[in-house]
Design a protein around this ligand. Structure first.
Ligand code: DQQ
Length: 499
């Protein structure tokens, strides 16, 4: 790893070196949070994927554990070419992983059993535990797992897949013991065939990393009409598009959908998330913030991929998901700066918030109809580099507010991705609760609980500037505060965990 790598995050989880992608086996086991992840410890490229492992008391500070799964360790080498995504379940006190063993270009379900501290894993001699995808369907792929105890005993499992000519799907299985599985049918099939493939809610030809969970309604008196959430990442023949979710009801054999939503407005930058319920009953989610720089640049840097900040997922009053970083993150805040209320009109600028490449900003905004404001971050003195978070309220007072991330000038490096990201934000009376976390190349924005995660690669050391800019109309900044964020990683860099 290069010393002083200016793109490497300091308060997000990153692998010690090499390649990181999906979060796996996310769990809160005996009071300790466990994060496993898709990992190639040898090189910053996606090949021969292992399961990396780290533990945390608080979701914020992490200790590396030995690599949990190594390809080819399974007795019959069902995972000879990779241990792909999966989950951890508690099988009557026995920690058990269910993951996709890759051999050649096939992925099939495998299980591994762990020691009580979750550091040592033994792949089952019977792997793969499902020897082939259902023969009755013409499938585009078959991998990634969501497994839960069935209320009547035994287990249920969803495997991500896609039916040729129809769309992505989640295939439902049942088992008494996590080893013997019977196929029950598709839980639900997407409708990608009918839609524009370029749409930001296109459901893909295959669903990766399906995650089904139940969330309580926002208000105690609300009827839980659609209590269940099905998250999936829309994939199309090797292209990772974006993560979506369906609200609806899981009936035991089917998922009756009410609506489809985008999970994160960063699109492919927040991919393959997994969630778990912790001991406090909270739904916590991590996703993979993939790179926006070239493969060659990542390989030269020696690392690729960032884990998102842990998100607390709750239900907004309109039934959609509300996401925000877990409150534990606030323990990293240092050197509080506060800007009292002020109003910006067209052309006015206001600096004063914490500058830097490792910062947390909160702001309560109120936009009058027809107004627009920008929060500029990571700006150089001469503004040759600047990243723009733009918030626009239409003249029609009832219309959604638009959140945009403009990266055209984020980096002087012409090889990094500079495409914009955007989406609508629901609001009451023009109010926006804005949270912006910038951590070197990682950038996570939350507006009224709707996230937009992305990556930016400013090249210059002075890309530290932060400023509000009133573009037009009147925007009231009711409150704004900021902090420098402490490092969770300490120098010298942690050592490579033993293989
Ligand atoms: N990545 C994993 C798969 C999953 C995909 C392989 C999503 O299991 O389908 O590293 O990023």
């Amino acid at each position: 790893l290069a010393e002083g790598d200016r793109h490497r995050p300091r308060f997000h989880f990153v692998s010690p070196a090499g390649w990181l992608n999906d979060p796996n086996g996310l769990s809160h086991w005996n009071g300790v949070y466990h994060l496993f992840y898709q990992y190639n410890p040898l090189k910053a490229v996606h090949s021969r994927i292992h399961w990396g492992h780290a533990t945390s008391p608080d979701l914020i500070t992490w200790t590396d554990a030995p690599v949990a799964l190594v390809p080819g360790d399974a007795a019959n080498a069902a995972d000879a070419d990779g241990c792909w995504s999966g989950v951890l379940v508690d099988d009557h006190g026995v920690p058990t992983l269910v993951y996709s063993g890759r051999r050649g270009d096939r992925e099939l379900p495998c299980v591994a059993v762990g020691s009580m501290d979750l550091t040592e894993w033994v792949a089952d001699a019977a792997n793969p535990v499902i020897s082939a995808p259902p023969a009755s369907l013409d499938l585009t792929a078959f991998r990634d797992h969501c497994v839960w105890p069935h209320p009547g005993g035994g287990w249920r499992q969803l495997i991500g897949s896609g039916i040729s000519g129809q769309g992505g799907t989640a295939l439902l299985y049942a088992s008494p013991d996590l080893r013997n599985w019977s196929y029950l049918g598709p839980l639900i099939v997407g409708d990608s065939g009918d839609r524009e493939t370029t749409a930001d809610d296109w459901t893909g030809t295959m669903w990766e990393c399906v995650d089904l969970f139940r969330l309580e309604p926002a208000g105690a008196d609300d009827e839980p009409v659609d209590p269940d959430i099905l998250v999936f990442s829309a994939w199309d023949d090797g292209v990772t598009r974006h993560t979506l979710y369906l609200t609806g009801r899981y009936s035991g054999t089917r998922f009756d959908r009410t609506a489809l939503h985008r999970l994160d407005y960063g699109g492919r930058y927040f991919y393959a998330p997994q969630s778990t319920q912790d001991a406090r009953g909270r739904r916590v989610m991590f996703g993979w913030l993939q790179e926006g720089r070239s493969d060659a640049a990542a390989e030269t840097a020696g690392w690729s991929g960032v884990m998102s900040l842990p998100r607390l997922v709750t239900r907004a009053p309109d039934g959609t998901l509300h996401q925000q970083p877990v409150p534990e993150l606030e323990t990293l805040r240092r050197d509080h700066v506060r800007l009292g209320g002020f109003t910006l009109t067209g052309g006015e600028r206001r600096a004063g918030l914490t500058r830097g490449d490792q910062i947390d900003i909160v702001a309560e905004l109120q936009l009058e109809p027809g107004s627009e404001v920008e929060l500029i971050v990571r700006a150089t003195q001469d503004e040759a580099e600047r990243t723009v978070i733009r918030i626009t309220r239409p003249g029609d007072a009832h219309g959604d507010i638009a959140l945009e991330l403009i990266r055209t000038a984020s980096s002087l490096d012409p090889t990094v991705d500079a495409t914009p990201r955007s989406g609508p934000i629901k609001h009451v009376d023009g109010r926006i609760d804005l949270r912006v976390l910038a951590d070197h190349s990682a950038l996570e924005i939350f507006a009224n609980g709707q996230p937009l995660a992305c990556r930016v690669y400013p090249t210059r050391e002075d890309a530290q500037g932060v400023e509000f800019v009133g573009v037009r109309g009147r925007v009231h900044v009711r409150e704004a505060a900021s902090w420098r964020m402490a490092d969770i990683w300490h120098s010298p860099r942690r050592l490579w965990p033993a293989l």
